[in-house]
Design a protein around this ligand. Structure first.
Ligand SMILES: C[S@@+](CC[C@H](N)C(=O)[O-])C[C@H]1O[C@@H](n2cnc3c(N)ncnc32)[C@H](O)[C@@H]1O
Length: 303
């Protein structure tokens, strides 16, 4: 099947390129609030967040930490609002997000990103469906690179549980998606029994994507292709259009093409273009690809 893939270099808080109800499935992973590698990007996107970090350095107020966390999620919520607009009735959004653990203001704490994201999405109008926990077997029980967590980890009661799962939230817009009886694309997209039994379970044990090649690739925080593949096969049919508003290296585009779906990806960081283009080279020869760039853009990396 010939498929079409659009890459838009721009901020997905607005997606004027996409009409209402024009996307069947969203598969994505945003920058995780309060994970240090994304601090700079959140600050560049929203000067208020940059100001708040400066205030925190000066005044160490608990309230300021709360405001930073709130502001980061508000930035993401604009994208969830647009995602809701462009999804068809019955369309699904699969959002991979991890909670953050961090010492801020001298206090160690968990920032439960998955819970905050669900709250925002429900306010927008999404219905939360049972989610998947992505367990990464490679994560060692340690905190901040130390061999064990807080002391030896053998002596109660002050050790912390290792954060070795991320969430794949599954949210639906509106009602169940409707198809004509015996819809050919739907039947052609059927899963095998083995796939159905393995995929529709709540814990997926999958290795994180190895990112050994370059600094840029490592800092993309790409999810494994297997995750995108499964979600696309589970929640869309051949010929559908898949959106990734936080495209990164382009994993979702590749998975969409390999499964006979069209795709649209938004990425704000211009420095990822070479990586995205190299991933597009893996697409089938007859896949139609277009890349367009909006201005101005935020680049997280200077070099
Ligand atoms: C966690 S990464 C996504 C990785 C991707 N799943 C992959 O496999 O490569 C999040 C990406 O979203 C981009 N991003 C952040 N905010 C954005 C926005 N408002 N619009 C478009 N892209 C954004 C970041 O630059 C980053 O590349």
């Amino acid at each position: 099947m010939q498929t079409e893939h659009r890459i838009i270099i721009g901020n997905s808080q607005q997606m004027p390129e996409l009409a209402d109800s024009s996307v069947h499935l969203t598969v994505t992973s945003p920058p995780y609030p309060m994970i240090q590698m994304w601090d700079e990007q959140f600050s560049k996107m929203d000067p208020r967040i940059a100001e708040l970090w400066k205030e925190l350095e000066a005044d160490c107020q608990e309230e300021t930490v709360k405001q930073i966390y709130d502001a980061m999620h508000l930035n993401l919520a604009r994208v969830w609002q647009e995602t809701h607009r462009v999804l068809v009735d019955g369309g699904i959004a699969c959002i991979n997000i991890g909670d953050a653990i961090r010492t801020v203001n001298g206090k160690f704490r968990l920032f439960p990103n998955h819970a905050r994201l669900i709250e925002h999405c429900e306010r927008i109008g999404f219905t939360t469906l049972p989610y998947v926990l992505w367990k990464k077997p490679t994560t060692k029980p340690k905190y901040k690179g130390k061999g064990a967590f807080l002391g030896s980890g053998f002596l109660p009661p002050n050790a912390y549980v290792t954060v070795d799962c991320e969430f794949i939230l599954i949210l639906r817009k509106g009602n169940l998606r409707k198809f004509p009886p015996h819809d050919a694309c739907r039947y052609d997209s059927a899963l095998t029994k083995k796939q159905r039994d393995a995929w529709f379970t709540q814990i997926w044990t999958l290795k994180g994507k190895r990112q050994t090649t370059s600094q840029i690739k490592r800092r993309t925080a790409a999810f494994p292709e297997e995750i995108a593949n499964r979600l696309i096969r589970m929640f869309s049919v051949k010929g559908d259009t898949i959106l990734d508003p936080f495209l990164g290296s382009g994993t979702t585009t590749k998975a969409a093409e390999q499964n006979d779906r069209n795709s649209i990806g938004f990425e704000i960081d211009t420095s990822l273009l070479p990586l995205i283009k190299s991933n597009l080279c893996d697409l089938a020869k007859n896949a139609k690809t277009t890349i367009s760039q909006r201005e101005p853009q935020v680049s997280r990396r200077q070099s």
